[in-house]
Write a protein that binds this ligand. Structure first.
Ligand code: OOG
Ligand code: NI
Length: 461
C-alpha cells in the first residue's frame, strides 16, 4: 500500500493471477496435474543444480518459480479490446508487441499485456497474450454479419468491473476493498460458460469457417484458454507428460535445448473436448461439445536483438522447410548449430541484449580513482560484467504452433498474410510498445550507469 492509500498495481496483478489460477484449476483439473508435474520437475532440477539455484535465489523469488507466467484470451471486437486495455492497466499491464498470426493461417492478431520494467516483472511477471478476431479476413459475408451481430450484443464485462476501472482511472488507483472487489468482478470475464450464445447451426457454420471463429463468437465471454507456469527443464516435463496421462503436443516450440537459452521454448497439452449446449430454435438446450482449453509450460532465455532475431527466424524457416525424413528435433539441433552458443559470442556478435553491472573490482575502481575505456575494455579488465536480459515476450511462429495444436490440423488453412498493426492499434486505442526498443533501452541504461560510476571524479585528484 502506498502513501495514497491505494494498493499497488503489482499487488492487484498478483491477486488477480492467483485468483485466475485457482479458478482454472477448478475448471480444468488436468491443468492442476500439469502444475504438480512442473513443481516436481523444478524441485528436482534445483536439487541437482546448486549454481542455478544460487543464481535464482539472487535474481528471482524461488518460492514462486512454478507460478503462472502467462495466460491467453481471444476477443471479438475493438470495443472489447480497448476496454480490456483499461482493465489490464489497473493491474500494471501494458500492451507490448504486435503479433500477426494471419501469416500462419489463423485469423487473429495479438499483443501481450504485461508488466514493463524489471521491478514490476520481479514482483509478479503475469501477462496475458490477447488476440483479436479478424472477421475482415473471412470471405463469407453473410457469416461475418451473423458473427458481428452476436458479438455486438454480448457484454463481456460485469458492470461492477467497468465502474471500478473508471474509478481507478479517476482516482489514480484503488483502495484495498475496491481492489479485492475489482479482482472478483474482472475474473468473471475469464470464466468458462458452457451454454453457447448461438444455436448449433450457427456454431457449425462458424466452426467450418475456422474453429477459432467459433471459439470467439459462440460464448458469453473470452474464457481464459490456457495458463502457463514456468519450468526450469522443459524437456523433462515434455517427456513426463504422457507418463502422467497428459496428452502432450508433438514438439516443443521455439529454439532447441542449448547451453545458452535464447528467447522462449513452449509446449502444451492438447485442448480437451468439453461438453457445451446450444440453444435450439424451440428454446431447448441441445448437448454438444467444444475444444478450447489447455495447459502450457514455458522456459525463457535471452532477449535477442533484431539481428539475432533475424538469424533465429532464418534458421527456424530452414528447419521447417528441411528434409522431413530426419525428424523435427534432429533438424532443429542441427540447423541451430549456426546460432552461437556462448554468452561471449552472442554478445560480441550483437545477437542478444545484456544488462551490464560493476564487478567487485569495478566497484573498488569506482571508489578509488575511476576508470575510462570502452565497454569491451572494461569487460576485459574485469571491471564490468554482462548478464543476459530475459526475453519477456512471445514468438508468432510458436504462438501459431500452440494455436494449431489445440485447434486440430484441420484449422491450418487459407488466410493470407495480412499484418495490420495500425488497425490493431486503432482498435486497441493505444500504440503497442516496441519490444526491441524496450530491451535496447534497458541495455543502454545499464551501460550508462556503469560508465557514470566509473568516470574519474573531477574534483578528487
Ligand atoms: C494463444 C496462443 C499463443 C503463446 O504462448 O504463444 C500463446 C491462444 O491460443 O489464444 O499463448
Ligand atoms: Ni501461451
Amino acid at each position: 500500500m502506498s502513501g495514497t492509500g491505494f494498493v499497488s498495481s503489482d499487488a492487484v496483478r498478483q491477486a488477480f493471477s492467483t485468483a485466475m489460477s485457482r479458478m482454472y484449476r477448478a475448471e480444468v483439473p488436468a491443468y492442476g496435474t500439469l502444475l504438480e508435474l512442473v513443481a516436481e520437475v523444478n524441485d528436482a532440477f534445483l536439487a541437482q543444480h546448486a549454481q542455478a539455484r544460487a543464481d535464482l535465489e539472487r535474481t528471482d523469488s524461488l518460492a514462486r518459480i512454478s507460478d503462472e507466467r502467462h495466460g491467453a484470451i481471444r476477443l471479438g471486437t475493438a470495443d472489447e479490446l480497448s476496454t480490456m486495455r483499461r482493465v489490464f492497466a489497473v493491474m500494471g499491464m501494458a500492451p507490448v508487441g504486435y503479433y500477426d498470426l494471419s501469416v500462419a493461417g489463423i485469423p487473429v492478431h495479438s499483443t501481450a499485456f504485461r508488466p514493463v520494467g524489471a521491478d514490476a516483472l520481479n514482483k509478479n511477471p503475469f501477462r496475458v497474450f490477447t488476440s483479436l478476431l479478424r472477421l475482415d479476413l473471412v470471405e463469407d459475408q453473410a457469416l461475418v454479419a451473423a458473427a458481428r451481430a452476436v458479438l455486438a450484443a454480448r457484454k463481456i464485462f460485469a458492470p461492477g468491473a467497468l465502474d471500478l476501472v473508471a474509478k481507478a482511472e479517476r482516482q489514480g488507483g484503488l483502495d484495498q476493498g475496491d481492489a479485492a472487489l475489482f479482482v472478483e468482478e474482472v475474473l468473471e470475464t475469464f470464466r468458462w460458460h458452457d451454454q453457447a450464445l448461438v444455436d448449433d447451426a450457427l456454431y457449425k457454420r462458424l466452426n467450418d469457417a475456422h474453429r477459432l471463429i467459433a471459439d470467439v463468437v459462440s460464448f458469453r465471454g473470452p474464457h481464459i484458454n490456457h495458463l502457463t507456469p514456468r519450468t526450469l527443464d522443459i524437456d523433462a516435463v515434455q517427456r513426463l507428460m504422457p507418463e502422467r496421462g497428459i496428452a502432450a503436443k508433438a514438439v516443443i516450440e521455439g529454439p532447441p535445448t542449448r547451453a545458452c537459452p535464447i528467447l522462449l521454448r513452449q509446449t502444451s497439452f492438447k485442448a480437451l473436448e468439453e461438453p457445451v449446449s446450444f440453444k435450439t430454435a424451440l428454446g431447448v438446450w441441445q448437448a454438444g461439445s467444444h475444444t478450447a482449453r489447455f495447459g502450457e509450460i514455458e522456459q525463457r532465455g535471452i532477449a535477442l536483438t533484431r539481428k539475432g532475431r533475424a538469424l533465429y527466424d532464418r534458421l527456424l524457416d530452414e528447419v521447417r522447410a528441411g528434409d522431413k525424413s530426419l525428424g523435427y528435433e534432429t533438424r532443429l539441433q542441427h540447423v541451430f548449430k549456426h546460432f552461437p552458443d556462448s554468452w561471449d559470442a552472442i554478445r560480441t556478435a550483437g545477437l542478444g541484449y545484456f544488462s551490464y553491472s560493476l564487478t567487485e573490482a569495478g566497484k573498488t575502481a569506482a571508489n578509488r580513482r575511476g576508470e575510462t575505456g570502452s565497454v569491451e575494455e572494461l569487460l576485459q579488465a574485469g571491471l564490468l560484467q554482462a548478464d543476459p536480459i530475459v526475453y519477456e515476450d512471445f514468438l508468432p511462429v510458436s504462438a501459431a504452433g500452440i494455436f494449431q495444436s489445440n485447434l486440430g490440423d484441420a484449422a491450418a488453412q487459407q488466410f493470407g498474410a495480412s499484418p495490420s498493426q495500425a488497425a490493431f492499434e486503432s482498435d486497441l486505442g493505444a500504440p503497442v510498445l516496441d519490444e526491441f526498443e524496450h530491451y535496447r533501452q534497458i541495455e543502454a541504461a545499464s551501460i550508462e550507469r556503469c560508465l557514470l560510476s566509473l568516470k574519474p571524479h573531477a574534483f578528487h585528484a
